[in-house]
Design a protein around this ligand. Structure first.
Ligand SMILES: Nc1ncnc2c1ncn2[C@@H]1O[C@H](COP(=O)(O)OP(=O)(O)OP(=O)(O)O)[C@@H](O)[C@H]1O
Ligand SMILES: [Mg+2]
Length: 262
């Protein structure tokens, strides 16, 4: 059996009362193992991380380094093998399935590489869907602000098949933001987009931080995308191996070169 984190013994425990100053979300001692015995993969190997409020953090690292696993464990889409996660003052790992689902719909936003919009609904209906399912009223003034920031005003009544890839991903971003979540997690949000659409989506994510005070954590392979971030973390073999503040594209390329040489 895997050892589990004791609720009282750091490292490996994040308690809502121990919030690091200014952190919107944080994790302690995150370990995720897939499979058992000789074929077991340790996708996360003890991650301690804080995400400051109203910052855009990018996560980079080689394929298989654990980026998606980290995002899924942070967002409560997957359970860590041990360790804990606190989002907006709530310890995610201690919630019942029902409370976790409610938290995901209202306190956490997630943007996937493949937009994941419902094809039969309009853009506007897609944006409010999580709140509609959770029976939480939509704050109309905030909805208008998000829609205006995302630049979709005249496309709101179109279905996804009538929108470009960049527009569809901006709908997905608006859907992630409309509940005013504690954190928006985006896993390669520009992975399917051309450079112009990527710039639109990244510009919006950055504005959501600078102008709306949103906290965003984004996985990307693209140094240009990462250069939109206030901070860039590097994962290697399930561990955080570098943490850069406001890096330029050059700084990011240098850090990636370093990671390849190690
Ligand atoms: N459901 C799963 N079952 C078994 N192994 C898994 C599962 N999901 C991920 N893994 C393994 O965990 C490791 C980390 O995977 P993860 O998807 O987090 O990597 P990543 O950094 O997101 O990679 P990429 O850049 O290719 O998306 C990999 O070795 C992967 O094969
Ligand atoms: Mg991935």
């Amino acid at each position: 059996m895997e050892p589990t984190a004791s609720p009282t013994s750091p490292p490996g425990s994040a308690r809502p009362g121990d919030a690091p100053p200014g952190a919107a979300a944080w994790a302690r001692g995150l370990v995720k193992t897939y499979g058992q015995g000789e074929t077991a993969v340790r996708a996360l190997d003890g991650v301690d991380v804080d995400f400051r409020s109203a910052e855009l953090t990018a996560i980079m690292g080689p394929s298989g380094s654990g980026k998606s696993t980290l995002m899924h464990c942070l967002a409560g889409l997957d359970a860590p093998t041990s360790g804990s996660v606190v989002i907006g003052g709530t310890e995610v790992s201690r919630l019942s399935q029902r409370r976790l689902t409610a938290l995901r719909r209202t306190r956490i936003g997630f943007v996937f590489q493949s937009y994941n919009l419902v094809p039969t609904l309009t853009a506007a209906e897609n944006i409010t869907l999580p709140l509609d399912i959770a029976r939480v009223p939509v704050d109309r003034a905030w909805f208008e602000e998000v829609v205006s920031a995302v630049g979709l005003g005249d496309r709101l009544h179109h279905r996804p098949s009538e929108l470009s890839g960049g527009q569809q991903q901006r709908v997905a971003c608006a859907r992630a933001l409309v509940s005013r979540p504690s954190v928006v997690f985006a896993d390669e949000p520009t992975g399917n987009l051309d450079s112009r659409s990527s710039a639109e989506v990244l510009g919006f994510l950055r504005r959501s931080v600078d102008e709306l005070g949103q906290t965003v954590v984004m996985v990307t392979h693209d140094p240009r995308a990462a250069s939109y971030a206030h901070r860039v973390l590097f994962l290697t073999d399930g561990r955080i191996t570098a943490d850069l503040s406001a890096p330029t594209r050059r700084d990011i390329l240098d850090a990636l070169g370093q990671a390849e040489e190690d």
